[in-house]
Write a protein that binds this ligand. Structure first.
Ligand SMILES: Cc1ncc(COP(=O)(O)O)c(C=O)c1O
Length: 480
């Protein structure tokens, strides 16, 4: 059926004049501040939330239910749930549904920060899996399926395992192998497929998580599927995750005033992918191949590709361009900033060694041309720096978990000088780039090795996420 029922319903509804006495108070644009009034008047009219006839996200029975089941049908799920707070709320709801207070769950250490939120809400106890690091790029790849398989020996030891497929850097592990091992003990596999909405339409991309047999999969449709920012969906397959509990959890973590603009954009994106997904991905892949070919000829840069598989990953999404700029003698941060200010090229992200550019359904040949040209020019101008190299640091071992993230959250914290933290229990997450894998989570013991590592990070002024003091002069520890 080539229809977007939710989008159409909202469009029709928004065109009808009615004396409106409901929220949102801007009344289809009339009350918006002048700067916004004329920006997109038709969209402003569609900015509605639950009113009669438009169904209810939390108990859908009408047009939202219809739109969700069309999305389920496209991806081969049993049920799909629209999310208005991104993949973040989907992951939180899944952790809440899968594991309660004291239950154990397997979590990759480089999981998105929303997973920590889910652990705090639920009281579950994580057993962290350490991802492999891709040499030269110094970034996290994945967890070999064998590492998971050997931890799962008895039924009910863990309530669930979380997998990231693909990672931010576009790498994928052997998810089918991981699913098979987990299903042997009837354990659900929760997949963060935030960066993989587009993996279902062409054989040249890695296989999507649902096709690998995952039980529940969350996708940021806004990242690579063409919907508005913040809109995601969650797919459920089979009954290893309790559907009723999942719905209750979604109600707990989502707003009671869901944006119909976001949901309409999900419905329209689903229609576009359903009707044109194959051609769109074909074109996107052609651009990616073109970009890869050109960038691989630029001196001073190295592009992450199939030839690097083997270190925790078995495949790569060709539309994700991870470009090491080590050979230019500049940091990834500096290159990102120069690309933006000097060349008008905005990439997705940077770490100290790399920049990451995404080829997606909206990318044009001219965009690719500008990126390639800018990188060539950058080499010409900056090659005198070449050979200076970047930082490479070995991560300290995963520290012992003394308290669950929830217990740690409930305990007060105090700031302690970095040289006095050894032996204390961390009150915060500390994630250093590279490689972007947290060295500390709340509730973990700060070992002497971690203290030494953090002191080195502080001296080198590496980029850090999580701590209240990003310069790492102080760390927040639990205050018993
Ligand atoms: C791997 C991964 N998972 C989950 C998320 C959260 O997704 P969202 O922004 O849709 O909440 C992100 C966000 O960047 C991410 O990179």
């Amino acid at each position: 059926m080539e229809r977007a029922p939710l989008f159409e319903k909202i469009l029709n509804y928004s065109q009808k004049y009615m004396a409106r006495f409901h929220i949102p108070g801007h009344r289809q644009g009339a009350g918006l501040p002048p700067q916004l009034q004329n920006m997109a008047p038709e969209l402003a009219k569609m900015d509605l939330t639950e009113v009669s006839g438009l169904d209810d996200l939390h108990s859908p029975e009408g047009v939202i239910a219809e739109a969700q089941s069309l999305a389920a049908c496209l991806y081969g799920a049993d049920n799909t749930y629209f999310l208005v707070n991104g993949t973040s709320c989907g992951l939180q709801a899944l952790v809440l549904s899968a594991a309660g207070e004291g239950d154990r769950i397997l979590v990759p250490r480089n999981a998105h920060s929303s997973v920590l939120g889910g652990l705090i809400f639920s009281g579950a106890v994580p057993e962290y899996l350490q991802p492999k690091i891709i040499p030269y790029f110094e970034i996290a790849s994945g967890i070999p399926a064998g590492d998971v398989a050997h931890r799962i020996s008895t039924k009910n030891k863990y309530k669930a395992v979380l997998a990231i497929h693909p990672t931010y850097y576009g790498t994928v592990g052997d998810l089918t192998g991981l699913v098979q091992a987990s299903h042997q003990v009837d354990m659900p596999v929760i997949v963060d497929e935030a960066h993989g909405t587009h993996l279902y339409f062409q054989a040249q991309t890695p296989c999507g998580a649902l096709k690998c047999g995952a039980d529940c999969v969350v996708q940021s449709v806004h990242k690579t599927g063409g919907s508005f920012t913040q809109s995601s969906w969650l797919h459920l397959k089979g009954d290893r995750i309790n559907k009723k509990r999942l719905k209750d959890s979604l109600r707990l973590v989502q707003t009671t005033s869901p944006s119909y603009l976001l949901m309409a954009s999900l419905d329209a994106a689903r229609l576009q992918l359903m009707v044109h997904g194959k051609q769109i991905m074909q074109r996107t892949l052609e651009l990616a191949v073109e970009a890869r070919k050109s960038i691989s000829q630029i001196k001073g840069t190295v592009l992450l590709g199939e030839e690097h598989t083997g270190t925790g990953f078995v495949g790569i999404d060709p539309t994700r361009l991870v470009i090491s700029v080590k050979g230019l003698g500049l940091t990834g941060y500096k290159v990102k900033q120069i690309l933006s200010s000097r060349y008008g090229v905005e990439v997705e992200m940077a770490d100290i060694n790399n920049v990451v550019a995404i080829i997606s359904l909206g990318t044009t040949p001219n965009d690719v041309h500008l990126l390639v040209k800018a990188l060539h020019d950058l080499y010409d101008r900056e090659r005198h720096n070449a050979g200076k190299g970047q930082v490479s640091m070995v991560l300290p071992p995963v520290p012992p978990l003394k308290l669950s993230p929830r217990q740690a959250w409930m305990t007060g914290t105090r700031s302690v000088k970095i040289n006095e933290v050894s032996g204390q229990i961390s009150g915060e997450m500390v994630c250093v780039y590279p490689p972007g894998i947290p060295v500390l989570y709340p509730g973990e013991e700060i070992t002497a090795e971690i203290m030494d590592y953090l002191q080195a990070v502080r001296k080198m002024k590496l980029h850090c996420q999580g701590p209240q003091d990003p310069e790492l002069n102080y760390i927040r520890v639990l205050d018993y």
